[in-house]
Design a protein around this ligand. Structure first.
Ligand SMILES: [Zn+2]
Length: 132
């Protein structure tokens, strides 16, 4: 299962801040139960409780992404879990919570602002090099 640092990394990419209390609470049973820890505190009822107790919908998304990262990690391994999850966020396989404090959104905004974007119907511009 992913180390807490990987859950914090997803938080920073999506919200611009970590939610350590949420991940600690969700994985409180991990020491004794290993992967079976997900039988506890990894369900929709606890997601709803998190939103209410933290008075934060974003905290609910942190909970949501915790469960998703646990699942992706099972599929592709811990090493590949964050890049695989980011790829799925960007291609729409995982719902994308849009926060303008999220690092992914900020990177994308800066990238799009600075990019010279060509719609797919346009041919490339004049070549930047001429070899004589
Ligand atoms: Zn977990």
């Amino acid at each position: 299962m992913p180390a807490h640092g990987l859950h914090y990394l997803i938080d920073i990419l999506m919200f611009g801040r970590p939610y350590p209390k949420i991940h600690e609470a969700m994985d409180a049973a991990q020491a004794s139960l290993q992967s079976n820890h997900r039988m506890f505190f990894h369900d929709d009822l606890n997601l709803e409780k998190t939103i209410i107790l933290e008075n934060s919908i974003e905290a609910g998304w942190s909970f949501y992404y915790h469960v998703v990262l646990d699942g992706v990690s099972d599929e592709v391994g811990q090493q590949e879990s964050v890049p695989a999850m980011v790829n799925r966020l960007l291609n729409g396989q995982i719902p994308f919570y849009f926060s303008d404090r999220g690092l992914l959104v900020r990177i994308a905004a800066i990238g799009i602002r600075n990019a010279r974007i060509y719609p797919s119907s346009l041919v490339p511009p004049k070549l930047p090099y001429s070899f004589k």
